[in-house]
Design a protein around this ligand. Structure first.
Ligand code: GAR
Length: 973
């Protein structure tokens, strides 16, 4: 500690200065000189100087303006005409001004000025209340946006900027009420951008300091510039030669550096080597608490409480006009005290300061609650909503356009340059070689095939579906596709995904021979969820007059129907397809149907729609084709009649063409009727040509050079009441296809599955659940046999329908339980069964049988199964074992009046309905339940529990060891 410091002044500002100086390690003792110290008056400079010498004061810090007025450089504050003239001399931006010594002249000027003369400043010192901004807001706003305070330390050369602050002069919230010395302030003021601050620093503060030095009156200390922010830039309103009050109380808490060191460096003219450092990412708010009646007359001597609570809140309270009376702190002036909060942002700081003024109490205290509201409005404005915030990213859209431009350009063709970017695309038909063209246009979307693309995250081929759906349609009118425009709408624009889709569209345009002339990308949050999109588009083509299709008048009885292969389901019927997949044992990641490729079912279904235009245009233009039908929505039944006269129909024979296996699977899984198949799907025929019989061979050959095609039927005359399309043998063809599929289904790559036999006695609903589970490609179990002790039961039919071998072993044919069990055992051995599931098997099994199938060490035949160490027999029981064993579980449950029952899957032990439990699922017993209703609900639980238990045991994840259940770490699906 080196120094004794004297602070002159008695207000909150001086308290803040003393508070900050007291934090310095250099300060040994701090003396605050209020009005009068013993017999030293602040205005008596000689006495003050002597006092300082006597007291060995090393530094005097002056808070208020009055003691400074005698300093020459302080004219910047004390003389408005000096400062204004100085500003003009040095070309420092300032508000237009005029000084008057007479009030009438001033008023005349105000009313006659050609600009809004709204700021009135009394010359001389006015204790911070000198500047009055007119209340006529409408006019004031034209010129004055904000009044800010920018302060700096300066050593006469260097300017060390303080963070900008703004005080609130008016007494009441919303800047209402009379002018005051300042009812609060906040710092830093976010309205001042870095650029603006730099401008203020260079063109105002630095210029002022340089100007003063150059005029021989160097300015050293704190310079305060009151600035108007106008449309034309910041303008000086006034200078003060000291800290402001309450600006000091809000700025100094943000000073990280030692104030003593900064002041010393200022005096030593060494500021550049000791620039003050400020807390960053912090905001301070100071709220002034004033006496009731301020700025008019007010009472004094009122007790103030709550300082300790404010301290607990982490607030700093600067005393402005307080005194001690009888050991209590009392009010002694107008602006009593200032509460300063420092927080990470302005809003939190204001909140905290407002909490502070709530806890500090004195009678009639008045204060504002909205300090910094302009800044908060400003922040809300700048951090206000943007289009991007609301989910539309224009920049991402622009990036996409740049990325797809080359793709579109690559589709240019005679008639157009496919360059994106204009408002609309142009096409020159003459340049494309047309003489008397008819324009033909078709529009379409991809439909719910998109859903599969989205689920499979495969977007590169869906664009071909879009283009194909449109160009194949216009081809049916004999038109050549010339250009295409797409519409891509999504919930959230993923540039990569959109690029893949549009690349697919561009590729397809090349295949079709048309240009991608434009498109629309629409990001529509709320319309589609993120990750989902819709795709639409339209193709425009042309055909020379006279060459249009269909040529209805030429179609005749006996014409030949040529079918051209589709690539699969194309882009129709996908709502049904998805429903079938959902209900089936497969999902989109399952191996494809037909088993000949490494595709997944999803990929198989996403096979893009064939585009027929390039291949077929020469054939269509040959004049040999009377009609072309695109087999699109409505399948074979709805589309062929679109190109036939009403009096003609076609008879097709499905055995004449190759049906892709996916159709057989769809038919089988969905149990679809022949009619439903033919009306929904193309069933392997993507397009149909109607050709005169004697030309059919040539046309077929021509088509077959590029595409698989067949003669699939003929044109016949038909009566109006008959269907125009008759498809014979469709089901047979689909079934034949399916049998081939089953035969060719490769078993390689499949995990070796546990061979399961299911023993039943009745309806077999559990059997059905086990079959469904075992059919999943990921299943560890394979049901190889179903044994029933009763003939003709529904369970046997279920097994037969699933193609599973069945055996009926009627217990009545055997003289003893053991004999019956031996017969069962024999069959199980025949089928190399590894696991038995008892699914409603109503026979009690003998001890030897149970021991054999539940303990591998007791196999007797020397067999030991891979992955199946122990526990070979499972049973499902319709109660929560060990309660309610036996054949009448539901009856017993109802009689007992229990509120909860359920089902149990367990390994079979010799004792009835006993053995280690694998799985249980509870089912509540409802009021009014009968055995039937309870059984139905319990069965639903059984159908979940039993398959799950079967998979656990079949996979080896669950085992029986010494009669106890053992879970292994083995992977389970
Ligand atoms: C099921 O409820 C099963 O729990 C039960 O027989 C029913 C067979 O139904 N089994 C027992 O009671 C064995 N103690 P299902 O033939 O429809 O699968």
């Amino acid at each position: 500690m080196t120094d004794r410091v004297l602070v002159i002044g008695s207000g909150g500002r001086e308290h803040a200065l003393a508070w900050k100086l007291a934090q310095s390690l250099h300060v040994k003792q701090l003396v605050v000189l209020r009005e009068k110290l013993v017999d030293v008056s602040v205005s008596d400079h000689a006495a003050l100087s002597k006092y300082c010498k006597d007291q060995k004061i090393g530094l005097v810090v002056v808070g208020p303006e009055v003691p400074l007025a005698a300093v020459k450089a302080a004219q910047l504050e004390s003389s408005k005409s000096f400062s204004k003239a100085f500003l003009d001399r040095h070309d420092i931006p300032t508000a237009r001004w005029k000084a008057f010594t007479n009030a009438e002249e001033a008023c005349a000027f105000i009313t006659s000025a050609t600009f809004p003369a709204l700021v009135v400043k009394a010359s001389g010192l006015a204790a911070g209340k000198g500047v009055i901004v007119a209340t006529n807001k409408a006019e004031a706003c034209k010129a004055v946006h904000e009044i800010m305070q920018c302060l700096c330390f300066t050593d006469g050369v260097t300017v060390a900027f303080m963070p900008p602050a703004q005080d609130h002069k008016r007494l009441m919230d919303g800047d209402q009420g009379p002018n005051t010395g300042g009812m609060g302030a906040y710092c830093p003021a976010p309205q001042l951008s870095k650029d603006l601050l730099l401008k203020i620093r260079n063109s105002i503060l630095q210029k002022t300091i340089d100007g003063m030095r150059n005029e021989g009156i160097p300015y050293i200390g704190v310079l305060y510039a009151g600035l108007m922010l106008t449309k034309e830039g910041p303008k000086v309103l006034e200078f003060n030669c000291r800290f402001g009050d309450p600006e000091c109380q809000v700025i100094l808490p943000l000073l990280k550096s030692d104030l003593y060191e900064v002041v010393q460096a200022t005096i030593d003219r060494n500021l550049s080597s000791c620039m003050p450092v400020w807390f960053e990412d912090c905001s301070a708010v100071t709220v002034m608490m004033a006496s009731e009646g301020y700025p008019g007359s007010y009472p004094k001597g009122l007790e103030i409480t709550g300082f300790s609570q404010a301290k607990e809140l982490g607030l700093v309270v600067f005393h402005g006009a307080t005194a001690m009376k009888d050991g209590k702190v009392v009010t002694s002036g107008g602006r009593v005290l200032a509460v300063t909060a420092i927080k990470k942002d302005l809003i939190s700081a204001l909140k905290e300061a407002n909490r502070g003024v709530e806890v500090i109490r004195f009678k009639g205290a008045i204060y504002r609650k909205d300090i910094g509201y302009r800044a908060i409005d400003f922040l809300n404005q700048t951090s206000g909503l943007t289009y991007k915030d609301s989910g539309v990213d224009i920049a991402a859209g622009n990036t996409l356009v740049q990325k797809i431009k080359p793709l579109a350009a690559a589709t240019s063709r005679p008639g157009c340059n496919a360059e994106l970017g204009g408002f609309a695309g142009l096409f020159d038909l003459k340049e494309a070689g047309y003489k008397d063209p008819i324009l033909v246009s078709g529009t379409d979307g991809v439909g719910t095939k998109l859903k599969i693309a989205q689920i499979c995250n495969k977007h590169d081929t869906i664009g071909q579906d879009l283009v194909a759906m449109c160009v194949n349609d216009i081809l049916a009118q004999g038109a050549e596709p010339l250009f295409f425009l797409d519409y891509f709408a999504c919930g959230k624009l993923d540039v990569g995904m959109a690029h893949a889709i549009i690349a697919g569209i561009a590729e397809a345009c090349k295949l079709a021979g048309c240009a991608l002339l434009g498109g629309e990308t629409a990001e529509m949050p709320g319309m589609y969820p993120p990750g989902e999109y819709d795709l639409g588009g339209f193709a425009v083509g042309a055909v020379e007059r006279g060459q249009m299709l269909p040529q209805l008048d030429r179609i005749a009885d006996g014409d030949v129907v040529i079918g051209i292969a589709s690539s699969g389901v194309h882009s129709n019927g996908f709502s049904l397809v998805r429903k079938i997949v959902e209900k089936s044992y497969l999902d989109f990641s399952s191996p494809s149907v037909g088993g000949s490729t490494n595709q997944t079912l999803g990929e198989q279904l996403l096979t893009p729609t064939k585009i027929y235009s390039k291949v077929l245009l020469p054939v269509l233009r040959s004049g040999h084709v009377k009609a072309f039908a695109h087999i699109t929505g409505g399948g074979l039944l709805e589309n062929i009649p679109r190109v036939l006269p009403a009096s003609f129909g076609v008879i097709l024979d499905a055995l004449n063409w190759k049906i892709p296996k996916i159709f057989s699977w769809l038919q089988e899984e969905g149990n679809l009727s022949e009619e439903e198949m033919a009306r929904t799907f193309n069933c392997g025929i993507g397009a149909v040509l109607v050709v005169q019989k004697d030309l059919a061979g040539d046309v077929l050959k021509e088509v077959q050079r590029h595409e698989e095609a067949w003669v699939i039927g003929k044109v016949v005359q038909c009566q109006k009441e008959f269907a125009q399309v008759e498809v014979n043998n469709l089901l047979q063809a689909l079934h034949a296809n399916r049998l081939q599929t089953l035969d060719s289904q490769p078993s390689k790559n499949q995990p070796s599955k546990t061979r399961v036999a299911v023993l039943i006695s009745g309806t077999g609903t559990n059997l059905e659940a086990l079959i469904t589970s075992a059919r999943k490609p990921t299943s560890y179990a394979q049901i190889v046999l179903v044994v029933s002790n009763k003939a003709g039961v529904e369970g046997l039919k279920r097994a037969e329908r699933a193609g599973i071998p069945t055996k009926v072993i009627d217990h009545r044919q055997y003289s003893s339980r053991t004999e019956f069990d031996s017969a069962v055992d024999k069959v199980l051995e025949e089928y190399s069964v590894q696991l038995i599931c008892l699914a409603g098997f109503m026979r009690i099994l003998s001890g030897p049988f149970v021991r054999k199938w539940d303990d591998s060490s007791d196999l007797g035949n020397g067999m030991r199964w891979d992955g199946m160490q122990t526990g070979k027999m499972l049973n499902i029981h319709p109660s929560l074992l060990p309660s309610f064993k036996g054949a009448n579980a539901h009856k017993l449950v109802l009689e007992a009046g229990v509120r909860i029952t359920g089902c149990t899957v367990h390994f079979v032990a010799e004792e009835i309905d006993a053995g280690a439990i694998i799985f249980q699922e509870p089912v509540p017993v409802k009021i009014g339940d009968t055995e039937k209703t309870l059984s139905e609900r319990v069965k639903e639980a059984e159908h979940r529990a039993f398959p799950a238990a079967m998979q656990l045991v079949a996979s080896g994840a669950v085992k029986l060891e010494d009669g106890m259940l053992r879970w292994s770490a083995k992977k389970q699906n």
